[in-house]
Every structure is written in C-alpha cells, then in structure tokens.
Design a protein around this ligand. Sequence first.
Ligand code: 5GP
Ligand code: MG
Length: 196
Amino acid sequence: MRTILTEPQILDRVAELAQQIAADYQSRPLTIVGVLTGSLIFLADLTRRLTIPHRIGVLQASSYRGRSTQPGDLRVNVELVPDLQGRHVLLVDDILDTGQTIASLVRQIEELDPLSVRTLVLLRKQNRQSVPIAPDYSGFVIPDVFVVGYGMDFNDDYRHIPYLAELDACDIGDASAAGPASRCKPGLPGAPRSAR
Ligand code: 5GP
Ligand code: MG
C-alpha cells in the first residue's frame, strides 16, 4: 500500500474545516449527518474539533459490495437520521467520486424538511465526477485511485488504518495487474487474498 495522506496531514485539514464550519454556522441549530460507514472516523475527528454546539446523526449508504472497487447500485437507509425540522444539516461523507451518492442523499435529506442542507467531503477524486454537484466543504483532492484507511474500506477491511493509502493490485487480488507473481507472495502483506 502506498500512503496518500499521512495522519497529521489529515488531522490538520480536519481542524481547518472545523474552524471554517464553526465560523459559518456560529449559533445556528446544526445537525451533522455522517454517511456510514466510511465517514465514521472523519465524523468523530471533526465533531470533537467543532467548537459550536451541534447534534450528530448518521445514515447508511453503500454502493460498493464486498470485494468490488467499482460502484454498484446505491442502497440508502435514513431510519437512523434524527428529526431535522428546524435544523441546518451538514451532510458528511468520505469521498466524492462520481457524485451520485451525495446528490441522491441531499435529495433524500431535503425530504425530511431541514432548514438547509450543505455537504462536506473529506476527499474528491480528480476527473471522476459525472453528477454536477459542488460540495460546500472539501478536504483534499486525490488522484483517481482506490483508497482505504481513515474509515474507508476494501471488502470491510482497512478502515482502522489511521492514514489514507492506495491499495495496490496485490491487495485487491488482481495478480494479473500486479506484474510478476513474485511481487504478491502468499502469506505476506500485499498477497492476493485467494493465496492467503
Ligand atoms: P460516488 O457516488 O460519488 O461515485 O461514490 C461515493 C462513495 O463511493 C463514497 O461514499 C465511498 O463510500 C465510495 N468510494 C468511492 N471511491 C472510493 C475509494 O477509493 N475507496 C473506498 N473505500 N470507497 C470509495
Ligand atoms: Mg460511502
């Protein structure tokens, strides 16, 4: 795995975002809604640095199933979202890739009748967006690679890694793209799962 963003880089940027959000919302009634599961760590770090009072909610959305690195059908569950009437909502997600997830979630949150909805993403992928939606806040622009760590998974693994890394072909199990077989030794980190 190749490190894309170190833990200090991420945490410095999260602190900056928290400052900007506090200045923008001040004493307005704010509910932060995190998108499970990928935004969990980001949400936890952000909320502890946010000096204005706010509520926290979560919803569940997922477009990647199991070992896929290509998005599939979006599944959303808003049952965990608290009452948003009279609240300003900041929707927090890990990555804006095509933009489909955020665009769809904004529409669904708007149906819950909040005072306003804004969006915050930790990462934006370069040259990937197909749905025209501009996040109100974003942390970093990253290259178009599949990333894990800091809450983000591959097949439900790697979420606990405190930094952001690019998975290489061995980690994904695509040995054909990994070059010589010796680069993906069975039993070693980086070996295809089928060989472990
Ligand atoms: P979008 O709907 O914008 O295409 O995709 C956004 C969602 O796909 C994000 O919420 C995130 O869960 C997932 N996603 C997109 N790219 C990556 C990636 O590189 N790594 C991981 N782990 N998830 C990703
Ligand atoms: Mg997600």
